[in-house]
Design a protein around this ligand. Structure first.
Ligand SMILES: N[C@@H](CCC(=O)N[C@@H](CS)C(=O)NCC(=O)O)C(=O)O
Length: 223
């Protein structure tokens, strides 16, 4: 049995959970707050980051969402998510990196810092300027997603891929933290609504981070 060390609002863990859901791979969650720096967790990953995927029966420990995703893609045939020609696969990986780097550093990271870490760890108040900047960044990055979805059925091409799962993972965390203004992003809103209705997404939408409630529209497929 797989155990995934993660916490509810980690977008990298959400990406892995969506992939495991699509592929039908069973797992149990282990709630891990990396800022607690638990000795047992640091023994698994001395770098102290989630997600970490462990199969104690087979003695496998996988660290980092990209390494875990590639491992699952190589070992589970069902629902291929990095497939097609070499060019197709390069485009999927480019977009996964775009979400994990650009979207994370410009939007999700600052929102998590201001709205989650300051509340749970340092117990200070969020900086309104940083929050406004993250929302402005989100607006610009969603413009690019709208453009992609004007030209393609899914973000990386004709079918659902890891790029969509990565995008939905980051957007779901930003949306939970109130960082997305959906009003002028109809293409991305429609795409995200379709992803929200997939069985792989349902467990994520019903989960809550302690003391941080999401906005009312967060778990609605029509929002
Ligand atoms: N690039 C890594 C990023 C992982 C990451 O940043 N995880 C965050 C939580 S979302 C974390 O564990 N932060 C704690 C730390 O960096 O000390 C991946 O894709 O797995």
């Amino acid at each position: 049995m797989w155990h995934l060390y993660q916490f509810a609002l980690c977008p990298f863990s959400r990406k892995v959970r969506l992939l495991m859901g699509e592929k039908g791979v069973g797992y149990e969650l282990v709630r891990e707050y990396p800022w607690e720096r638990r000795d047992e967790f640091l023994d698994l990953n001395p770098a102290g980051q989630v997600p970490v995927l462990v199969n104690a029966d087979s003695g496998i420990t996988l660290i980092h969402s990209d390494a875990i995703s590639e491992y699952l893609e190589e070992t589970v045939d069902q629902a291929p998510m990095i497939s097609g020609t070499a060019v197709n696969r390069a485009e999927i990986r480019r977009l996964v990196a775009w979400f994990d780097e650009q979207f994370y550093f410009q939007v999700v990271g600052p929102l998590l810092h201001e709205r989650m870490e300051k509340r749970l760890v340092s117990r200070t108040t969020p900086d309104a300027g940083v929050l406004r900047m993250a929302m402005r960044n989100a607006n610009q990055l969603l413009d690019y997603m709208d453009w992609l979805l004007d030209h393609r059925n899914w973000l990386a091409g004709a079918s659902l891929t890891l790029a969509d799962l990565a995008g939905a993972a980051h957007i779901s965390v930003a949306d939970y933290l109130g960082g997305i203004d959906w009003r002028s992003h109809e293409q991305t809103r429609r795409w995200y609504s379709g992803l929200k209705s997939r069985p792989s997404f349902r467990p994520l939408l019903s989960e809550r981070m302690e003391v941080i409630p999401p906005p009312p529209h967060y778990d609605k497929v029509d929002f």
